[in-house]
Design a protein around this ligand. Structure first.
Ligand code: SAM
Length: 415
């Protein structure tokens, strides 16, 4: 039952408040000609499959270790608040994880997520392709305005869109600036794009704006009825740990106060979803400074629980600085016509909902935007934007200094 749901939609309900998701299957809703390669998505957390220990046995041994660790910890005031938050959410996380461990058929599917779409040999080749472009370097040089991206539309896209039959295939090219420019694929098919001899796959009906934060105001719609109803934000928070590897530049918290969230909102309002780390200092900043400055009213918290391919958590639940879960804070930003009654029609957002998945690359978040649509104000289809995005999704605008990062053709296989 659960595995059928997973195969079809990429989402499987574990209980009324917990879901297992396969990001690869969800992302693949955006593509027709290409498909996201599971082996390049799931670049980590599949080694443990070789472990002889069952998920249940290792869970029990973890519980023992956890108990020993907790006793020797002495927490400062801020850590105590963080621990209280953790203790509050822990029953929801444990219940969700237990439901996963009981779903034996789903666990079988989980073990095969990495290699069920393309053969291992095929996927290996993909992951060994050439190195990636550094968009941050390219976007920072004076020649950046001259950099152009070539969008290759297959001629039959247009014929099919007009309800006709595909003719012999030919390519129609559109050349447009790659940086500080809204680049859109308005067609109903994913297309290939070229930038400096690198190939990128652009989903159907999607667009990106690649720029530094200083240019984000260019995203503000001319008319507020063209604004966004769903705004997902995953800022480059400073992590405070010098030892932790940094794969992208980070910014001090105060920089995010100037994000024009309110101006990006649609007249009928927006659901704002903000990824935060488990650091109490950051949670305090978001609650007391950031959300009030953006005009966002807190509504609920969702949690992303990370598991390995054998169903075990990626780390100890009680380990202070390396929790195997992340939090998505949800809130509403009023639009101009909030008195029109839109807000009263909204479904209430359930608090403490848990999504479980095997993580992809470093800091890559699972694509849960679709799962938020029930709580988005305004008429459908919702207008959706992701800020600080590293990938694109059909129907979405992706903004950041590297929104093409995971669109590199090395992350895809041809259908
Ligand atoms: N949500 C993304 C994902 O799932 O892959 C991860 C986003 S990551 C936490 C933050 C992103 O912000 C990185 O791509 C980083 O390069 C980008 N970033 C950092 N400084 C920036 C700036 N000044 N302007 C625009 N983007 C910036």
């Amino acid at each position: 039952m659960e595995e059928n749901q997973l195969m079809e939609s990429g989402v499987s309900e574990l209980n009324s408040n917990a879901f297992f998701i396969d990001p690869v299957r969800i992302l693949n809703h955006s593509y027709t000609r290409f498909r996201v390669s599971p082996s390049t998505y799931y670049s980590r957390f599949f080694d443990s499959l070789n472990s002889a220990q069952s998920p249940k046995a290792s869970e029990d041994s973890r519980k023992g270790k956890r108990k020993r660790k907790k006793k020797i910890q002495s927490l400062n005031e801020r850590e105590q608040i963080a621990d209280r938050r953790h203790q509050e959410v822990k029953p929801f996380l444990l219940k969700a994880h237990e439901a996963l461990l009981e779903a034996t058929d789903l666990l079988k599917v989980l073990r095969n997520l990495r290699n069920d779409v393309c053969s291992v040999g095929e996927c290996k080749e993909l992951s060994q392709e050439s190195s990636e472009l550094s968009f941050m370097e390219l976007g920072g040089v004076w020649q950046a305005p001259l950099c152009e991206i070539v969008l290759n539309y297959q001629q039959d896209d247009k014929t099919l869109q007009n309800g006709g039959f595909p003719l012999a295939q030919s390519i129609e090219q559109k050349v447009t600036p790659a940086f500080n420019n809204l680049v859109a694929n308005e067609g109903s098919y994913d297309i290939e794009a070229e930038l400096f001899n690198h190939k990128y796959i652009i989903p159907k009906r999607s667009c990106f704006y690649m720029s530094d934060m200083q240019q984000i105001d260019s995203l503000i719609p001319a008319g507020s009825d063209c604004g966004f109803n769903l705004i997902v934000i995953d800022p480059p928070w400073e992590n405070g740990s010098a030892r932790q590897k940094v794969r992208y530049p980070t910014l001090p918290n105060r920089y995010f106060l100037s994000l024009p969230v309110k101006q990006l909102c649609h007249t009928s309002g927006a659901l704002v979803a903000l990824w935060v780390t488990n650091r109490e200092k950051l949670r305090d900043f978001v609650e007391n400074d950031l959300f009030p400055k953006w005009g966002v009213t807190y509504a609920a918290s969702f949690y992303w629980l990370k598991v390995k391919a054998n169903g075990m958590l990626t780390g100890e639940l009680d380990l202070f600085h390396h929790r195997p879960y992340e939090c998505l804070l949800l809130g509403y930003c009023d639009g101009k016509d909030t008195h029109s009654g839109n807000s009263t029609r909204l479904n209430p957002i359930p608090d403490n909902r848990v999504f479980i998945s095997v993580p992809g690359d470093y800091s890559r978040k699972p694509p849960i935007g679709e799962l938020l649509l029930d709580y988005v104000p305004g008429s459908m289809p919702a207008r959706c934007v992701e800020l600080f995005a590293r990938e694109m999704i059909a129907g979405w605008t992706s903004w950041g200094n590297e929104p093409l990062h995971f669109q590199d053709s090395r992350y895809f296989a041809e259908s």
